[in-house]
Design a protein around this ligand. Structure first.
Ligand code: ADP
Ligand code: MG
Length: 473
């Protein structure tokens, strides 16, 4: 487009173009100019529209509050420079607002999903700079498995740069790292508005930025973007830069300059720094300078609370037995937990059926843990025998000779021979290192007593019933 080429970013002396200056504001032309100055203009930038032009003031409108803020913080200067190049120094002043219907509390789910849109991330590196407005501290369920990471994140969000720096959060997949990272971003934004520039990016997007700027020879601009403009850097999945030397080098310098300037850094990873492979030592040690917090797989109670919270959000009733069934059977990964719950919700909505335990069992049969076959072990036998005779397992393993201990010990050895495939010496070793012949003697002795001593035969029968019940329950 001819008009685009006239925008003349390379030449700040826009006055040279006065003869070609337009008088009517043409947003497309400005946008074309802006586009040329960005590494990867985010796709949503093109959905921004002119809401009104009053005199020399042009008000742009973004779909959401977040987009408006982002433009204000990152692109408005560039937009106004480009506009001045086109319309001259006394041309238009561009400001930006969010579409009120979509922003803030009234923000629709659809827009949130678009912002959150993971599918967009892969096409458009900068889209990921947003934090998803649906991941907040408010909808993060706190339990023993994540309370430390949650408390540390909250402290950071309250006082960026003051509490712990960097905060390094690590966990297995789907346990809430990204949720916490975005919660920090949302909290800071809510509390500080545009006063603090919060960058929330995945390490993959940071890498793309490095690659792109190496290609286009614009490394300085890339560096400045992070090192000069950023007050809080939230970087997700740092493991992505393992083995990527140039990116690690860049990140090292970015880290140093932000850290020195007391800017908050929060990093997430799938592993703790000490065991990260293909990472420069100097980076790994920096990751440990502040606070490291892990998230463990959630306990059943936390899983139930997450399910109930989701049901509440979706306004769907989920009976307690179903919530408990899902929590106990679905793997610990919360993303999978959500997937299972969503499946139940979708089915119930589609067929207008109430969610019952039967339905849940049927729909989630593939996710339910496979029953581990139950076997009778010597440990179990010792536990049951000692409790039957009111002794301790330690007594059974001891060398005490009194009948009240030696007889139960022999019964336990006899049952071990009967219910397990252990050899005599193996049984002996489980009873405090008794030898082979002691066990043989014990087994023979009990076999004899069963026939003539009713107290022994009834004890053996009673304990055998308990043990067999265990395998069939
Ligand atoms: P990670 O980044 O560790 O792989 P995510 O943060 O993407 O995991 O979490 C996976 C899903 O589980 C997300 O939808 C997230 O909102 C949800 N989730 C994780 N932890 C919690 C929690 N404690 N409370 C509520 N939802 C959670
Ligand atoms: Mg994640």
């Amino acid at each position: 487009m001819k008009k685009t080429e006239e925008v003349a970013h390379s030449d700040p002396a826009a006055e040279n173009y006065k003869s070609e200056q337009k008088t009517e504001f043409d947003w497309d032309a400005v946008l074309d100019g802006v586009k040329k100055d960005l590494y990867f203009p985010p796709s949503w930038l093109f959905s921004i529209k002119v809401a009104k032009i009053e005199g020399k003031t042009v008000t742009l409108e973004a779909k959401t509050h977040f987009q408006a803020l982002w433009v204000k913080n990152h692109y408005l200067q560039l937009i106004n420079d480009t506009s001045r190049n086109l319309y001259g120094k006394d041309g238009f002043e561009v400001i930006i607002d969010a579409n009120e219907e979509n922003s803030g509390a009234g923000e629709t789910k659809k827009n949130r999903a678009q912002e959150n849109g993971r599918s967009a991330e892969s096409h458009d590196p900068q889209t990921a700079s947003f934090f998803s407005s649906s991941n907040t501290f408010d909808n993060f369920i706190v339990g023993p498995s994540n309370q430390f990471a949650h408390a540390a994140s909250y402290a950071i969000a309250e006082n960026p740069g003051m509490a712990y720096n960097p905060l390094f959060i690590h966990s297995g997949v789907g346990l809430g790292k990204t949720h916490l990272l975005h919660s920090i971003g949302n909290y800071i934004l809510k509390k500080n508005g545009t006063r603090l520039n919060t960058f929330c990016i995945s390490a993959e997007h940071f890498t793309n930025g490095v690659v792109q700027s190496i290609k286009t020879g614009s490394m300085d601009k890339f560096r400045n973007l992070y090192r000069l403009n950023c007050d809080v850097l939230l970087i997700d999945d740092i493991q992505f830069i393992a083995g990527k030397d140039s990116t690690q080098e860049e990140f090292f310098h970015t880290f140093n300059s932000l850290y020195t300037a007391k800017k908050q850094i929060v990093i997430t990873s799938d592993k703790p720094p000490s065991v990260m492979k293909n990472f420069e030592e100097r980076l790994k040690s920096r990751f440990e300078w502040g606070l490291t917090a892990d998230i463990q797989p959630p306990e059943v109670e936390t899983k139930i609370a997450i399910i109930e919270k989701k049901a509440e959000e979706e306004k769907i009733e989920i009976p307690a037995d179903v919530a408990s069934f899902v929590a106990q059977n679905v793997l610990s990964n919360i993303r999978e937990l959500e997937g299972s719950v969503n499946k139940l919700f979708a089915y119930s909505k589609m067929f207008r059926e109430r969610i019952t335990l039967e339905l849940a069992k049927q729909l989630l049969s593939n996710l339910v843990k496979k029953e581990t076959p139950k076997i009778i072990t010597i440990d179990l036998i010792q536990k049951e025998v000692s409790s039957f005779f009111d002794l301790t397992v330690k007594d059974l393993k001891s060398n005490q000779k009194q009948k009240k201990v030696s007889e139960p010990r022999q019964i336990a050895m006899f049952l071990s021979r009967k219910y397990t495939s252990s050899s005599f010496p193996e049984i002996g070793s489980k009873f405090g290192g008794k030898n082979h012949s002691t066990v043989v003697h014990a087994v023979k002795n009990v076999e004899k007593k069963i026939v003539r001593d009713s107290s022994v035969s009834s004890a053996v029968l009673a304990i055998s019933t308990i043990l067999e019940k265990f395998i069939t329950s």
